[in-house]
Design a protein around this ligand. Sequence first.
Ligand code: FAD
Length: 308
Amino acid sequence: MLRATLLAASRSPQSRKLIEALPPTRAIVKRFVAGDSLDEAVTVTDELVGAGRRITLDHLGEDTSDAAQAAATAEAYEHLLAALKETGLADRAEVSVKLSAVGQFLPRDGERIALENARRICAAAADAGTTVTLDMEDHTTTDSTLGIARELRRDYPWLGVVLQAYLHRTEADCAEFAAAGSRVRLCKGAYKEPESVAFQKKSEVDKAYIRCLKVLMAGEGYPMVASHDPRIIRIAGQLAQWNGRKSDSFEYQMLYGIRPEEQQRLVDEGATMRIYLPYGNEWYGYFMRRLAERPANLAFFLRALATR
Ligand code: FAD
């Protein structure tokens, strides 16, 4: 119930105004977001790379309803990728892109515009010597996003996709995307989805995650295990071992600011550990999904409000 309310608020302009105006919000957002600017994003990337992490950078923004804004987002990614190349970070840091931020929801030609903007970003990544992963948004976009991914992969076979274990369809999608050279980030899924398309209970989502992970680990692709869940992380390690995978043939992924000690433990074990690092001032939707995921994050936010 609380999760559903917070996820509904994550798409409400009224809630956005209210939350953004609250005095302690900024300080708490800082826990999950590198900063507003490109420079701050590069500085934090450099620190994390120095501490043995790989990075995937997200220029925050989603649900763009303006073609000029979509093009500006693609340009921001081009600047980011040029900066990663210049600073020598591109061999450790890639980018994550939400297609809705580059035009997917535009009423006229949205898919085509998103494809063209994503292609610009892929070209800049290829020039920098790094890769791109397409984030996955709510289920109404899954077919469109995977279609655009298939198209882009003709020229950029390293393009990563995200599959969400809570969707009933995902086990079949894993089978398709477990092919050689394919980079697949498996996550549980962060949006409010109806029963008709998604498992609702945590226990069902967890079981689906393991079924999907078995397919990916047994396949010929490169699985990216995106979860903070200790049980999932343990099982992923076992599955990798059973399938004879070395630490460079799969990776763990976690969000910036979440379970840093566990990130360090995995790095110390010799695992490949990538951090999803968002930056920019369009943090509202991302931040609300983090509050929805974990009551402790919400409690922290409410405590900060109460102590002011
Ligand atoms: P949960 O089921 O949320 O938590 C399980 C357990 O993990 C908890 O009981 C606790 O033991 C531990 N845990 C979780 N959070 C914390 C914490 N803050 N501190 C301490 N312990 C904690 N979703 C999408 O829909 N699309 C995407 O493109 C996408 N990309 C992602 C990229 C990355 C790198 C990651 C890590 C997640 C991404 N997600 C994405 C979000 C994902 O779908 C989940 O909503 C989110 O990761 C929460 O699920 P979980 O697997 O971490 O476990």
